[in-house]
Write a protein that binds this ligand. Sequence first.
Ligand code: DLL
Length: 443
Amino acid sequence: MTQKKKNHIWNPAAEKMARPELEALQLQRLRDTMGYAALHVPFYRKLFSKEGISPDDIRSLPDILGIPFTTKQDLQEGYPYGFFAVPLKDVVRLHSSSGTTGKPTVVGYTRKDLDIWSELIARLLYAGGVSQEDIIQISFGYGMFTGGFGLHYGAEKIGAAVVPVSSGNTNRQIMIMKDFGTTALVCTPSYSLFLAESIEEAGISKDDLKLRFGLFGGEPWTESMRRQIEKRLGIQATDNYGLSEVMGPGVSYECLEQKGMHLAEDHFLFEIIDPDTGKVLPPGETGELVITTLTKEAVPVIRYRTRDITRIISEPCACGRSSRRMSKPSGRTDDMLIIRGVNVFPSQIETVLMQMEETDPHYQLVITREGALDELEVHVEIKDAFFSDEMRVMNELAARIARNMKNALGLSAKIKLVEPKTLQRTEGKAAHVLDMRRHLKNR
Ligand code: DLL
């Protein structure tokens, strides 16, 4: 394993700002954002006047509690430009969310928004070990997804050599990685694992590569998956979170301590609420993340419900940054599966699978309904070394997985073992769930 680079901070003045100073800055920016949104976004103008809210009422950060939430549905109803606070002549870039649930949401950036975005990506890259000496291969999709272009401009800002390969064409990715001497890889965690698998298959040893750091994000992944990626690629892997509705990557980023993602608190305000009641939870409790943008010009959002489930960590980090951190999101409120009344997140199933040495983190959950009863079938890839032609051996393994799942989650599932490398791989975000009940409902 490479030597740890610590305290590698891009913008110490901002990232190590004393908390009282940071909170005063947040308050000032919150009031400015509210005044700005009331003036330029009809949705907020109407909302504030209906609720009798004025930016002058915000005298301390907790005063934000009186403001109603903004939801994904609100943004969708404004499709495409309803939430824009500036005329299109001032917009220099447009991105959109993937739109797997209904209409996509369209987000715009002014030149100042792009400058701030690059600044936050520069912080992210330094935190993950990357500097101007690195050759950074960006294997996120370049397109409407914010991953590719988002990382790109921050990487140029710090002066790294950027290889904008985008996603897909795995053989070419590996060739470039080897021939160009890539030192830092940027993609989704699931794609990094697929790359690791393909590199091994091609008979390339990790010692033939110069990779040292992996900066991943865009989807949930577990600690055990991180360990596996680090081992197979010989890198230090950090996690990065963000969402297009508030900017894209750069909202929070992990440092090499690998103990949660530092929140970019000078540009966003973070809260954790109970997703059922909407009440703000006490510090440290797990709930839904709510974000308010503090400096966005093109599309400011106030108290946006992300639907991501996480926890805020307030204890100081050994890296010296003063920001609080968020733990790895365990899933989304709309990802939660209710199977025969049991609430489960795909990440919990992944954790059970990853605790067993025989299984790979490639799995698919297929949920169907037989009459009134939900059935969960888990398709699991078995590692090459453990795959057997003997039925008895495979049945015994399937029974053990089913038992572990029952013990950990209280859920019975049918386990279907599949041969190594047979489940579909993705170049972007992995799709682990096939919920056939949704198709039934939609008919
Ligand atoms: O995924 C932005 C991004 C790109 C972040 C690259 C990091 C790296 P969207 O496509 O709008 O934006 O998807 C946002 O993805 O609400 C989470 O549910 C999920 N997500 C993003 N990063 C993480 C992460 C980008 N590190 C949605 N862990 C978010 C878990 C994540 N989930």
